[in-house]
Design a protein around this ligand. Structure first.
Ligand code: ADP
Length: 637
C-alpha cells in the first residue's frame, strides 16, 4: 500500500521537534496524555445526554503501559476515538498555521527558542522519542477500528482493524538509546511516574499504570517460637498515579492553611512557610485560578543570574510552562505560584498573540493582588512583613529605580527605612503621619550604620527640633529617595542639604551676615586645602560640633562611594563636590580666626586639621593619615 505523505510544512515542524534537545523530550507524554484527556472529555460530554455510550463518569480512564521487551510505551484512553477520516485529517497534517507562522516570524532563530518546552506541540511530539507510532482507534458510534502507522517524516498508512472498545491506543516504539539519549528510561516505572507527576498530575481523569509494591508474606519455615517466617515480596498492582484535583482548583474552604503551606514547600523546595498565600479565582476578560506564595526568605541565588523567576502556567490541569516570567513584573519576581486558565490553549498553534493578550491581563491583575497582599501583611503582621522586607526589600527598591521611577507609586508604600525615633524599620507613611506641626520635609541621612548616623553633626539641628530622621544604610537607598522625590506631597531632604527649612528669615539673614563678615577666613580655608573642597562656608546646621563635611551638586559622598565600588576603586569621573561647613559660634572658629591674622602657616595646618576631622566624622578615609596624625602630635608639644 502506498504511503501517504505529510504536508511539506508539517515535515519541517516534525524535523524541528525530532531534533530538539533531549531534555525537552519527556514532554511527549504530557501531550499524548492531554489528547487522551480531551478525547475522554468529549465522550463524557456526549454520555450526559446519550445512554448508548454505556459508560459512567467513573469508568473513564487513561492507561499507561510499558513493555520492556518490545520497547513500546502505550497510552490508551476510552474517549471518543477517531474515524479513518479523522485519523487522516487530524494526524496527517501538522499544518497548524499558528505554529508555522510562529516559526516564520522568528526566522532563523527558531532553533534556539524553547517552543517545545513552553507550549504544546501535540501528537507529533511522540516522534521525539519513538521511531514508529501506531494509533489504533475506534470512534464512538462505529463498529470497526482503524490503524494509523508512521515512522515519522516518510509518511503514514491507514488500514482497518479490530478493536473491542471505543477509544484510542497510541503505541510508541521507542528509538534505540544513543550516547547522550537514553530512551529506555521512558519504559521505567519510576521515570514514567515522575513525568506524569510533573506535568499531568492534575489531569482530571485517572491515569493508571502498573506499579511495583512490596508486601510481607508468610513462608513455610518457622522460627524458634514456632511462628511462620515472613519475607518481603514485590508485586505489581495497577494504581492511579495522578492526584487529579489540583489544590488551587479547590475552594478556600476545602483547603486548610497547613495544606497550602505543605504544598508550597514541596512544590517550590523551600524549608520555610511562606509569609503569605494569595488565592485568586477570577472571572471576566480571562477566567483563571491562581495560588501565589510570598516566600519568607530569599533563596541563596535570588540576587544572581541563576535565579529563575516566573509562575507555573497550567491550562486545565496540564503544566505548559514551568517559569512563566511574563506573568510577574520584575519588582515582584520573588513570588512563587501557579496560574491555571482554561482560556489558554495547550497548543502554540492557537495564536501566540492571543496568549500574549491573555497573559497581560492576568499579569496586571496579579500585580495588583500582590501589592494589596503585601500592604495587608504590613498592616496585620508587621513583624512578618519585616522578615519579608529583609529578604526582598532590595528587590522592591530596585523596582523603584527601574524605568526612571515608573513603578514608584505602586511600590513607595511598601518600602521601609530605619527610624531612630521608633528604633525600628518603619514605612514612610508612618514617618509622614508623625511629622511635627510645621515640619516641612522628610529628613534622611545616609551612612554605613545607624550607630554612625546617630552621631552625624549636620543632623544636630534637625534632631534638636525633635524631628525624626530616616536612616538610609543601603547603597541603593539614596537613589531610591531621589527617585521618589516626594511622599504624599512631602519632599525628602537630606540632612546634608544647605537649606533644611528650619531657620526663620531672621536667622537666615544672620548666617548671610556672618558669611560676608568672615569671607576672608573662608577663602583662606579653601585656599589652604588646595582644591580638596569646592567651598568652605558658615554652617547653618551645626550646634555643638565645630565642623562637618557636606556636599553640593547632585552627587553625595554615598553616591561617590557607590560608584567607586562599581568601578573597583575611586574615580574622578563621579566625584562629590565637598563642602567644609564651619560652626561660627564654636570656640575653635575663633581660634582659627585669630591664627589666620597672627600666623598663616599655623592657620593652614588648622584648616587641614578641621578638614581631616570632618572627613573622619563623615566616614570618609583620610587622604594622608600619617600626615594628619603628625598634625595632632604637633599640637601637643
Ligand atoms: P491538538 O490536540 O492541539 O489539537 P494534536 O496534534 O495533539 O493537536 O492532535 C490533533 C487532533 O487529533 C486532536 O485535536 C484530536 O482531534 C485528535 N486526537 C489526538 N489524540 C487523540 C485521542 N487520543 N483520541 C481522540 N482524538 C485524538
Amino acid at each position: 500500500m502506498a504511503k501517504k505523505q505529510f504536508k511539506s510544512e508539517s515535515k519541517r515542524l516534525l524535523d524541528l521537534m525530532v531534533n530538539s534537545i533531549y531534555t525537552h523530550k519527556e514532554i511527549f507524554l504530557r501531550e499524548i496524555i492531554s489528547n487522551a484527556s480531551d478525547a475522554i472529555d468529549k465522550l463524557c460530554y456526549i454520555s450526559l445526554t446519550d445512554d448508548k455510550v454505556g459508560l459512567n463518569r467513573d469508568d473513564f480512564k487513561i492507561s499507561i503501559n510499558a513493555d520492556r521487551d518490545k520497547r513500546t510505551l502505550t497510552v490508551s484512553d476510552n474517549g471518543i476515538g477517531m474515524t479513518a477520516e479523522e485519523l487522516e485529517s487530524n494526524l496527517g497534517v501538522i499544518a497548524r498555521s499558528g505554529s508555522l507562522q510562529f516559526k516564520k516570524d522568528m526566522g532563523e532563530k527558531t532553533e534556539d527558542i524553547d517552543i517545545i518546552g513552553q507550549f504544546g506541540v501535540g501528537f507529533y511530539s511522540a516522534f521525539m522519542v519513538a521511531e514508529k507510532v501506531t494509533v489504533i482507534s475506534r470512534a464512538y458510534g462505529q463498529c470497526d477500528a482503524n490503524m494509523w502507522i508512521s515512522t515519522g517524516s516518510d509518511g503514514y498508512t491507514i488500514t482497518s482493524c479490530e478493536k473491542e472498545t471505543v477509544g484510542t491506543d497510541i503505541i510508541m516504539e521507542l528509538k534505540p538509546d544513543g550516547e547522550d539519549e537514553n530512551y529506555s528510561e521512558f519504559l521505567e516505572e519510576h521515570e514514567l511516574h515522575r513525568i506524569i507527576k510533573k506535568y499531568s498530575d492534575y489531569i482530571r481523569w485517572p491515569i493508571e499504570m502498573d506499579v511495583t509494591k512490596s508486601r510481607q508474606v508468610e513462608t513455610d519455615e518457622t522460627d524458634k517460637d514456632g511462628n511462620k517466617k515472613k519475607v518481603w515480596e514485590d508485586y505489581t498492582e495497577t494504581a492511579v498515579v495522578n492526584s487529579r484535583i489540583p489544590i488551587w482548583q479547590r475552594t478556600k474552604g476545602e483547603v486548610s492553611d497547613e495544606e497550602c503551606m505543605a504544598f508550597y514547600k514541596e512544590k517550590f523546595f523551600d524549608m520555610e512557610d511562606p509569609v503569605s498565600v494569595i488565592r485568586i479565582a477570577a472571572e471576566g476578560a480571562v477566567t483563571y485560578k491562581a495560588m501565589l506564595f510570598i516566600p519568607a526568605k530569599a533563596p541563596y541565588d535570588y540576587y544572581t543570574r541563576e535565579f529563575k523567576a516566573g509562575l507555573q502556567l497550567y491550562t486545565s490541569g496540564v503544566m505548559i510552562m514551568e517559569y512563566c516570567a511574563d506573568l510577574l513584573p520584575e519588582h515582584f519576581r520573588f513570588v512563587r505560584g501557579i496560574v491555571d486558565s482554561q482560556d489558554l490553549s495547550l497548543n502554540i498553534s492557537r495564536e501566540m498573540l492571543q496568549h500574549d493578550r491573555q497573559l497581560k491581563v492576568i499579569a496586571s491583575n496579579l500585580e495588583k493582588k500582590i501589592k494589596a497582599e503585601l500592604k495587608k501583611l504590613m498592616e496585620s503582621d508587621f513583624d512578618k512583613y519585616v522578615t519579608f522586607f529583609k529578604s526582598f526589600g532590595l528587590q522592591l527598591k530596585y523596582g523603584i529605580l527601574n524605568g526612571y521611577g515608573i513603578h514608584k507609586d505602586l511600590l513607595s508604600d511598601l518600602i521601609l527605612f530605619y527610624s531612630p525615633k521608633a528604633g525600628k524599620l518603619i514605612p514612610i507613611a508612618d514617618y509622614v503621619k508623625d511629622m511635627a506641626e510645621g515640619q516641612k520635609y522628610i529628613y534622611y541621612a545616609c551612612g554605613e550604620s545607624a550607630q554612625k548616623l546617630d552621631k552625624l553633626p549636620q543632623a544636630e539641628s534637625v534632631r534638636e527640633k525633635g524631628y525624626d530622621i530616616l536612616y538610609l544604610t543601603e547603597e541603593v537607598d539614596e537613589f531610591v529617595v531621589r527617585t521618589l522625590m516626594k511622599y504624599e506631597d512631602k519632599e525628602f531632604r537630606s540632612v546634608n542639604d544647605d537649606d533644611l527649612g528650619l531657620e526663620t528669615e531672621d536667622e537666615k539673614k544672620e548666617t548671610e551676615k556672618l558669611e560676608t563678615e568672615n569671607k576672608d577666613i573662608l577663602d583662606f580655608v579653601k585656599e589652604s586645602l588646595g582644591g580638596k573642597i569646592a567651598a568652605a562656608k558658615i554652617s547653618r546646621k551645626l550646634k555643638s560640633h565645630p565642623v562637618c563635611l557636606t556636599t553640593q551638586g547632585g552627587v553625595s559622598l554615598e553616591m561617590e562611594r557607590y560608584f567607586a565600588s562599581l568601578q573597583g576603586g575611586p574615580t574622578d569621573a563621579i566625584k562629590a563636590e565637598r563642602v567644609l561647613e564651619l560652626n561660627a559660634t564654636h570656640p575653635v572658629f575663633k581660634a582659627l580666626k585669630d591664627t589666620v591674622s597672627s600666623d598663616k602657616d599655623k592657620a593652614k595646618k588648622y584648616a587641614e586639621l578641621l578638614y581631616g576631622q570632618s572627613q573622619l566624622i563623615a566616614g570618609v578615609s583620610l587622604d594622608d593619615p600619617a600626615y594628619f596624625a603628625g598634625l595632632i602630635s604637633e599640637l601637643m608639644v
